[in-house]
Design a protein. Structure first.
Length: 317
């Protein structure tokens, strides 16, 4: 099922789309709800499973709007000192929301930490421009990757920041995905034609050459990384971490693969859901056999989130 948010192409009235992610055929996905706010420009979305909350960053007012994730009822809006909150992650255990700006505004080069239960901004952690976020719930670590700050761990218990991991630098062409089982962080690298993998426990870095991509999604059940906008032969490559094999899928005809930068995995139905920055198609990949289908949407966007407990995906449409 899909939950609908207002898409970036819609300025007067925007909405969030909610769709159920059932083990039915991908084309059978249905719209189950819409979140609409006049003028909203959503730049990021995240789900707090334990708190039954969905968070939507809105660049038009520099706020993060909070809704119940099941009934889509409005709860509150939180103002944050960021030009736009482009990445959101939630620490499930402690109920903390982390937000960052993925852009050139150095004054917004920080990570906002928000109490998800009360909407109180707890602190700002210095970072840098183009700051991306990912989280390992089991380790209690948020990963921040930025141009000036490099790749660091933030301890969710103390919000203390580790020293940068050598050799991993941030830029506009990088995104991250975490395997919560192996505690490895997969970092796409379109600029240098490689996939970086960092061990979340030892912070040791592994480089896999030949996997240039703008985005990466992680199927942690099978320990496979899906590299998006992978060139020159395929729009998607699948890297099996256990065997080291690389498979090309969705070659040339995958509509959103050409500009997808984010992906979210649902272990319930073993499907990977991709974003689409411009072309307006969400690609759904069945990881059991790597078959795929495109689901058309109104306009393009590059954000999405999955709520695993209910099997819903939140997309701007």
């Amino acid at each position: 099922m899909f939950v609908r948010l207002p898409g970036r192409a819609h300025i007067a009235t925007c909405s969030l789309l909610l769709v159920p992610l059932l083990p039915a055929p991908a084309r059978a996905q249905a719209l189950v709800g819409t979140i609409a706010r006049s003028g909203m420009k959503p730049t990021a979305v995240a789900v707090w499973e334990a708190g039954n909350r969905a968070f939507i960053a809105d660049s038009s007012v520099r706020q993060i709007h909070e809704y119940t994730s099941d009934t889509l009822q409005y709860v509150r809006s939180v103002s944050v000192d960021l030009a736009s909150a482009d990445h959101l992650v939630v620490d499930e255990a402690r109920g903390k929301l982390y937000a960052s700006h993925f852009g050139v505004d150095l004054s917004s080069g920080k990570v906002a930490v928000v109490d998800a239960s009360t909407g109180t901004v707890l602190k700002y952690i210095p970072a840098g421009t183009f700051t991306g976020l990912a989280i390992d719930q089991g380790l209690g670590k948020v990963y921040a990757l930025s141009v000036q700050g490099g790749f660091v761990q933030i301890d969710t218990a103390t919000d203390q920041v580790s020293a940068p991991v050598p050799g991993v630098t941030g830029n506009i062409y990088r995104t991250m995905a975490v395997n919560p089982v192996t505690h490895e962080v997969f970092i796409s690298n379109f600029q240098y034609d490689e996939l970086d993998i960092v061990d979340g426990v030892t912070l040791a870095r592994t480089v896999v050459p030949g996997l240039r991509g703008l985005g990466v999604g992680l199927n942690w059940v099978d320990n496979k990384a899906y590299i998006m906008y992978s060139v020159p032969t395929s729009t998607f490559k699948v890297y099996n971490r256990a065997t080291g094999t690389i498979t090309n899928i969705c070659q040339t005809s995958c509509s959103s693969g050409s500009d997808a930068t984010f992906a979210a995995y649902n272990p319930k139905n073993k499907r990977m859901y991709t974003s689409s920055e411009i072309v307006g198609y969400a690609t759904v990949i069945n990881s059991a056999d790597e078959s795929w289908v495109n689901i058309p949407r109104e306009g393009g966007n590059d954000i999405l989130a999955v709520r695993h407990s209910s099997g819903r995906v939140y997309y701007p449409f």
